[in-house]
Design a protein around this ligand. Sequence first.
Ligand SMILES: Cc1cc2nc3c(=O)[nH]c(=O)nc-3n(C[C@H](O)[C@H](O)[C@H](O)COP(=O)(O)OP(=O)(O)OC[C@H]3O[C@@H](n4cnc5c(N)ncnc54)[C@H](O)[C@@H]3O)c2cc1C
Length: 123
Amino acid sequence: MEQYDVVIVGAGPAGLFMAKELSKDFSVCVIEKNKIGETSKFWVVSNKNIKDNKLEDCVISKPHRCCYKDYTGKSIGGIIKDGNPIVDEHKVLKKWAEEAKRNRAVLRESTNFKKFIYKENNV
Ligand SMILES: Cc1cc2nc3c(=O)[nH]c(=O)nc-3n(C[C@H](O)[C@H](O)[C@H](O)COP(=O)(O)OP(=O)(O)OC[C@H]3O[C@@H](n4cnc5c(N)ncnc54)[C@H](O)[C@@H]3O)c2cc1C
């Protein structure tokens, strides 16, 4: 039976970011029910986030004027001095997946996580 220090369910931005970080020190397996890198819900990222996470190569454009709607449907917009980076989310996810794989993390796609069972010191 395969054993890992960490099993991450979901290869969205949260799962893949944690996978690339945790795989530096732990054995990691990521389980994704769909294809890895196909989650496509995030695209606007702050300039600080781009810099901190070295995502410059994933930026598609940086419009200074941005207009979007919040969850109530209310429009929010404005002019952002340094531009509002829009990233290629597939590129970001692929980049993090590759980093995790380089650290020998195991990435399983098309695998639906259904349930876990508690055992002594294990799940
Ligand atoms: C319309 C919309 C617009 C958004 N715009 C922005 C934006 O501009 N900027 C921004 O920063 N954020 C934005 N967000 C928020 C952003 O999408 C989320 O914060 C982000 O996707 C959360 O990442 P996550 O990894 O936690 O979850 P998700 O991206 O939802 O990833 C979860 C993953 O888990 C997988 N999964 C689920 N259940 C199972 C299972 N049982 N077994 C295996 N795999 C499973 C799913 O297939 C999925 O790949 C937006 C969200 C929406 C809905």
